[in-house]
Design a protein around this ligand. Structure first.
Ligand code: GLU
Length: 299
């Protein structure tokens, strides 16, 4: 298995020259494009890794599936989806255009901020502790520099949040909500952690190693569905057709992918395409899917 992953990583490494590291959050721009990694955990808890498995990066938009999970478990699907939609959009993640009162889905920033506003009262530490449990790693922490970098340079996210407040879909304090959102995006981890988290979703909410039940069945089902529908920005349909695995990407270059009942996968490569998806990461998932017959639409 490890040989297979190394081979896939080597193939992806040939794409190193493609894409750009995100720089609109200045602190993200220091990342080295040739640092790539791949980790796979099966639902029995066996982990296989290749590449720079210890290279750390921030969750960014991948955090949106975790906050959605918590909101679903706390408030239930009827309430959550009265505040945010479940349809894909053909617009960038930070769009201000696509919604009236209800953002299209929880994977664009507007929808994610509504979700953050539902959780803001339970404190960021509670969320961080939950991420540690999902990853089976108590050392996961906030990257203070990335957090400060986004907070001090973001004008669009405050614009979205204040607009939602005006529409009365954010009812909490806007600055507190933004603070929570920047922090959730700045949680730092590596591909092994991503594979662990993804494996919990693959295993219907139970951590394959610690055996701790962390997500109820229905919430895990919904989150995987939305990963498939809109997890890869406005390239979600194309990605699903090519790879056939529900996945969520972040502008840090990480992608978390879930093969239900089989594997949790984490990939990393900071060179991004124009939509914000890791080019090498998507390639690794494509190769992995065809090599190991992981397309959920085939059997
Ligand atoms: N913190 C980032 C932002 O709001 C997350 C973007 C992403 O990963 O899609 O701009």
């Amino acid at each position: 298995m490890r040989e297979k992953l190394i081979e896939i990583l080597n193939q992806a490494q040939k794409m190193e020259y493609l894409g750009n590291v995100a720089s609109y959050i200045p602190e993200l721009s220091h990342k080295n494009k040739n640092r790539m990694a791949l980790a796979l955990m099966d639902t029995k808890g066996n982990l296989t890794v290749a590449g720079e498995a210890k290279e750390s990066f921030t969750l960014q938009s991948m955090s949106k599936i975790i906050t959605l999970t918590r909101a679903l478990m706390r408030y239930g699907e009827d309430f959550v989806f009265s505040r945010v939609g479940v349809e894909s959009v053909d617009l960038p993640f930070n769009t201000l255009k696509s919604f009236t009162i209800k953002p299209n889905n929880p994977m664009i920033n507007a929808g994610a901020m509504v979700i953050s506003s539902l959780l803001v009262k339970e404190s960021f530490e509670t969320l961080l502790d939950y991420v540690c449990k999902l990853a089976g790693n108590p050392t996961i922490h906030l990257n203070e520099a990335v957090y400060k970098s986004e907070k001090s340079t973001s004008y669009r996210n405050p614009a979205i949040a204040y607009y939602l407040k005006d529409l009365k879909n954010i009812t909490t304090d806007v600055e507190e909500t933004l603070e929570y959102y920047y922090r959730q995006c700045s949680i730092e981890l590596n591909v092994c952690d991503l594979a662990n988290i993804a494996a919990v979703y693959a295993n219907n909410g139970i951590h394959p190693v610690t055996k701790e039940p962390l997500i109820d069945l229905r919430s895990a089902e919904i989150v995987k569905t939305l990963m498939a529908v809109c997890g890869m920005y406005d390239e979600s349909g194309n990605f699903l057709m090519r790879v056939g695995i529900p996945a969520k990407s972040g502008v840090s270059g990480g992608i978390l992918a879930v093969v239900p009942g089989r594997y949790g996968i984490g990939v990393y490569g900071p060179g991004l395409d124009e939509n914000g998806n890791s080019i090498a990461g998507a390639k690794m998932l494509e190769l992995l899917s065809s090599e190991m017959k992981l397309n959920i639409f085939s059997y």
